[in-house]
Design a protein around this ligand. Structure first.
Ligand code: ZN
Length: 241
């Protein structure tokens, strides 16, 4: 079985389409989406419709909840808040309905799927260091937990009582080990690399890989400028920060 795992698209259609085009070269059996389809970017409706078309599993992220008014956006920074209000004004009823139906977590095969963290998935904690990873291994029962939210790809490994962070973005899944893997962000990477991030997991070879693909950032930025989305959000796409 070959899984494609996609997260944090954030209404960035150019990045999303570039990833889908790369995935055309593979024989994907199941498409998993880990949430934050919307927020930040200029194409929320198109991104929801494409997700709907491809997803075998699709989860809710905090920005999806924010667009639905299910989350207090006062704790968002002013840029995210402005983008959320813009998104609310621009989403169709149908697409709001799609977001409303998304679950917070899902278990399938040896995978536990969540947007932010297994511990209190509706509190949107950031799982971005070994200390947090260690705690979170206690809060799911499967071998592998896949998540997004921080927009920084990371792989944590549990072996017996030992925990470590894997030094790169590909790994062979070992039978006796457990994993928490952040697959990074398609629409707004923050690890210093502006290319869209997504993951492939082959359960026959046990190979898990986070890949990157370039996309037309300028086009997304032009659309954001035309939509009068905050320039802070536009600029950060070029930096991958
Ligand atoms: Zn996000």
């Amino acid at each position: 079985m070959l899984y494609a795992i996609l997260s944090d698209i954030h209404s960035n259609l150019e990045a999303f389409e570039a990833v889908l085009q790369e995935l055309q070269k593979e024989e994907i059996d199941r498409f998993i989406f880990l949430g934050d389809i919307v927020g930040y970017g200029p194409n929320p409706n198109e991104c929801i419709e494409l997700t709907h078309q491809y997803a075998d599993v699709s989860l809710a992220g905090n920005h999806d909840w924010a667009a639905l008014g299910m989350l207090d956006i006062n704790y968002f920074n002013p840029y995210a808040r402005q983008a959320t209000l813009w998104t609310r004004d621009n989403l169709t009823q149908n697409n709001l309905g799609y977001l409303q139906k998304l679950p917070l977590t899902k278990q399938t095969g040896n995978l536990y799927l969540v947007h932010a963290s297994p511990y209190q998935p509706d509190n949107w904690h950031y799982l971005d260091n070994l200390y947090e990873a260690k705690i979170n291994f206690e809060y799911f029962a499967t071998q592998i937990c896949l998540l997004g939210h921080s927009h920084v790809p990371m792989i944590f490994v549990q072996e017996g009582t030992k925990h470590k962070q894997h030094p790169d973005n590909k790994i062979i899944i070992g039978e006796k080990k457990r994993y928490i893997i952040n697959v990074g962000s398609i629409g707004q990477p923050r690890d210093g690399n502006p290319d869209a991030a997504y993951a492939l997991y082959n359960t026959d070879t046990n190979f898990f890989e986070i890949r990157r693909v370039k996309y037309n950032i300028r086009l997304t930025q032009d659309k954001m400028n035309r939509a009068k989305l905050p320039s802070f959000l536009t600029d950060r796409l070029s930096l991958g920060q």
